[in-house]
Design a protein around this ligand. Structure first.
Ligand code: SAM
Length: 268
């Protein structure tokens, strides 16, 4: 397997805008609401949004902690932060900083809660980054981490062999494509206790551009083209296949998001 490209390289301005539009589809909006319900942010809390991307999660956190709370959004990709700053410009409780998750710009135990949605799977030095996360959360505070394993995808296709090749190649976009399988143990080792895991499914049963999976076809297609022998022609055929199956048999896509909630242990 080749080395995954860095997050800065993956999230240029075009990719950041593309991801923003995918994360505004109704199915992802619903998934975000379910994650926020698990986070249980309270008015007045200090919240950290790690790998905040286009600021959709930051905006949700700001609403939850209210005017008396504080939210810090951090990300390594400048184009993402530009979009996030625009989105949250009218929210005085929100600020943003450009940084790597391995060096958070926060004092020890300065945060009540932290959210990292679809972020740690991008981080090569995952265990050190989780220790850094634990450093900034106060004892008794909570971290909510959301990650995906694309092997949980059920995606109807007229050509299952090509679908498998595409998804196996897509796994190369991150260093930890199977992170949910080990994340609970890793969180515990970093200083979190009472770690719970909840599955939040994404389900698309119609072929519709306003869904996560159809939006992701452009993102996945752009990444896998030219890798592992997948040509532009293969990817066009893969996309046409999804449209055709939608018309002829009925479209079907399902993917599991795994939500880990951990409490910062005192005296770790
Ligand atoms: C898939 S996006 C998720 C965005 C956002 N959390 C959401 O759910 O809407 C992943 C984000 O993590 C950021 N990221 C990846 N590795 C990072 C790192 N080492 N430090 C800071 N941010 C990182 C990327 O730049 C990107 O904005």
């Amino acid at each position: 397997m080749t080395q995954a490209p860095s997050a800065e390289d993956q999230f240029d301005e075009e990719a950041s805008r593309r991801l923003e539009s995918i994360y505004l589809t109704p199915d992802v909006v619903e998934q975000r609401a379910q994650v926020m319900a698990l986070l249980q942010a309270q008015p007045g809390q200090r919240a950290l949004d790690i790998g905040c991307g286009p600021g959709l999660t930051t905006q949700s956190l700001a609403q939850a902690v209210g005017d008396n709370g504080q939210v810090l959004g951090v990300d390594i990709a400048a184009p993402m932060l530009m979009i996030a700053r625009q989105r949250c410009a009218s929210l005085p409780q929100v600020r943003f900083e450009l940084c790597d998750v391995n060096a958070l710009p926060c004092a020890d135990a300065s945060m009540d809660i932290a959210l990292a949605s679809q972020v740690y799977e991008y981080v090569e030095t995952i265990d050190a980054a989780l220790v850094e996360l634990a450093r900034v959360i106060r004892p008794g505070g909570r971290a909510v981490l959301v990650d995906t394993d694309w092997e949980s995808a059920v995606w109807a296709s007229l050509d299952d062999t090509r679908m498998r090749r595409v998804l196996e190649t897509w796994n190369e976009h991150i260093p930890h494509p199977q992170l949910p399988r080990t994340l609970k143990r890793r969180m515990e080792a970093a200083g979190f206790s009472s770690v719970t895991v909840t599955v939040v499914p994404l389900l698309n049963s119609v072929y519709d551009r306003q869904t996560y999976s159809i939006g992701m076809m452009d993102m996945i297609g752009a990444f896998v083209t030219g890798r592992n022998g997948l040509s532009a022609y293969d990817i066009s055929a893969w996309k046409a296949d999804a449209a055709a199956i939608g018309t002829e048999y009925g479209y079907f896509f399902s993917l599991s998001r795994y939500v880990f909630v951990g409490e910062r242990q005192p005296n770790h």
